[in-house]
Ligand binder design. Sequence first.
Ligand SMILES: [Zn+2]
Length: 123
Amino acid sequence: MLNCDKLIYMTDIEYSELKEMINELLIQMDNSNVYLEEATQPIEPSVAIGRLSRMEAIGEKSVNEARHVNVKLRLEKLKNALKRMEDGNYGICVRCKEEIPFGRLQAVPETLICVPCAEKKKR
Ligand SMILES: [Zn+2]
């Protein structure tokens, strides 16, 4: 039985791999956050924007605003994932309490739910 459990549950190596991924993503998202913070500042009517017209600058700004929302959301989720690692409940689906497969965690390390639960949620 013990061997069986080991097979499904993450190994220490997989666990630290995920932790490293999350930390790296946090740094990336933090950098994007700083950049997007700047990129979403109000555009002064008189500002010289180089080759961009004011209309283009406004279009760009709204794209960046949407990105900024996503980046901030992902930062929150990643921080939450790290907290869950500290608490020892990382990788457990919050809905069905089953272990989330390593492959899914690798694809979306901040995920809180397993694939079957995520699909149920959509319906
Ligand atoms: Zn689940």
